[in-house]
Design a protein around this ligand. Structure first.
Ligand SMILES: *Cc1c(COP(=O)(O)O)cnc(C)c1O
Length: 433
């Protein structure tokens, strides 16, 4: 019988991978924090998923509460259109999200990238509604990541996002330099009064003031830039951006798709700065990793501007908007979140477990914020070799560029976190020294 990996090869594209690239690992099963994987050579690995399937599977796999929510909704109905119809799962989820964020209006989207598209369109509509149709560009941060659709790509880092490959398709936006790095101890931000931060803020003020007439919104990942390099920056930068946006009647869009739902040690990363954005995007962990779903939330002022405009509507409406199955599982997933105690514990344990990696010659820096840990090397990671070395130590990681990183499921035990730290440190030492 032809193996699954042989059938996959040349047939399926994987994220940012060549059709004839290195073979993936086949998933034979998944439960709790563990994945049962099979390699191309037939080797089997029963491992901890240190990636939470890219930030999503915060409650692990086959969680009884999430499974039950999915089964119960399948027995009612799985999907109905949202145009002209509504249902309990969407209303309940929106009520919960509004209560958690303090943002009272909700647009349900199919994925993180789509929610970013909706947020950008929303900002342009709001500016037009306020009589400023020429305000339709965006200011974003270098080193940012906001998704792979073309509008979202436009606000990603222009070099990492390979804007040059898609001339005309990807908009030309304005970029602030990456904010200076923040320090953390045991996964918690430490107070900072770095003059470099003041200089960064002054530069931001200058750039925005120079272009305010054409800018609809500032778009940022608050405090932690994820896929753009696991970069932690001071909440003070965010507070300054809020002030700058207000001074020029520009909207502040917080992309909390990676950072939302407690991952960074606060309910949302904007909470580190006490900032309320005009628009917030959430996704990834929203359904506990069961189904694709994202949401765009906004203030009353933003929603009222849209309602007062000639169009009166937010001009977007995907086929699978408000998918009941995804909404039902999302509500169940949100009900499982605690007050932050779990992430605080994982942060302390990650800081201890990754600490020894700082002593390795190949390692430039170790960073931990909340339940996110990153080991940065001085050069590119040998992704295949480090992945395999970590698998042999019982842990699944997916390094990129110069980073081996982890965001463990919230259901990880103390022993699981220790195993993740030891596997990452051991794998980096084995492969890179
Ligand atoms: C993953 C991510 C996105 C894109 O979400 P998709 O669901 O992959 O489309 C956008 N912004 C941030 C910050 C992300 O981490």
């Amino acid at each position: 019988m032809t193996s699954l990996l042989d059938r996959d090869r040349g047939l399926l594209w994987h994220p940012y991978a060549a059709l004839d690239g290195p073979a993936p690992y086949a998933v034979r099963g998944a439960a709790g924090v563990r994945l049962d994987l099979e390699a191309a050579d037939g080797a089997r690995f029963d491992v901890i998923d240190a990636m939470s399937s890219w930030w999503c599977a915060v409650h692990g796999y086959r969680h009884p509460v999430l499974d039950a929510a999915a089964h119960a909704q399948v027995d009612r109905f799985s999907h109905v259109m949202f145009g002209g119809l509504t249902h309990e799962p969407a209303v309940r989820l929106a009520e919960d999200l509004a209560a958690r964020t303090g943002l009272p209006h909700v647009f349900l989207a199919d994925s993180g990238s789509v929610s970013v598209e909706v947020a950008l369109k929303l900002a342009v509509q709001v500016q037009a509604a306020r009589g400023r149709p020429e305000r339709r560009r965006f200011v974003a941060l270098r080193g940012g990541y906001h998704g792979d659709t073309t509008g979202a790509m436009g606000v990603c880092d222009p070099v990492d996002g390979m804007h040059a490959l898609f001339p005309g398709l990807v908009g030309t936006q304005l970029f602030l330099p990456r904010p200076p790095a923040a320090d953390t101890v045991d996964g918690v931000l430490t107070p900072e009064s770095d003059p470099q931060v003041d200089a960064w803020i002054a530069g931001a003020e200058e750039l925005v003031a120079a272009h305010a007439d054409t800018v609809a919104a500032l778009v940022v990942e608050p405090v932690l830039q994820g896929a753009g390099g696991m970069h932690v920056y001071p909440p003070r930068c965010l507070t300054a951006l809020r002030r700058i946006a207000d001074a020029h009647d520009i909207l502040l869009i917080a992309d909390e798709i990676a950072t939302g739902f407690g991952r960074t040690g606060a309910p949302f990363a904007v909470d580190h700065a006490g900032v309320v954005p005009d628009v917030m995007c959430v996704g990834k962990a929203l359904t506990g990793g069961y189904l694709t779903l994202a949401a765009v939330l906004c203030t009353s002022a933003v929603a009222e501007a849209v309602t007062r405009s000639p169009q009166r509507a937010l001009l977007h409406g995907p086929t699978f908007m408000g998918n009941p199955l995804a909404c039902a599982v999302a509500s169940a997933s949100l009900s499982l979140l605690d007050d932050g105690a779990t992430v605080a514990r994982i942060g302390r344990e990650l800081a201890a477990a990754l600490g020894p990696a700082t002593g390795l010659s190949a390692v430039k820096e170790v960073r931990v914020l909340g339940a996110v840990g990153a080991v940065q090397l001085s050069g590119p990671v040998d992704v295949g070799a480090v992945t395999r070395a970590a698998l042999r130590r019982g842990v699944w990681v997916r390094p990129f560029r110069d980073l081996v990183y982890t965001m463990p499921p919230y259901v990880s035990s103390t022993a699981d976190v220790a195993a993740i730290g030891a596997a990452i440190t051991g794998a980096v030492e084995e492969v890179h020294g």
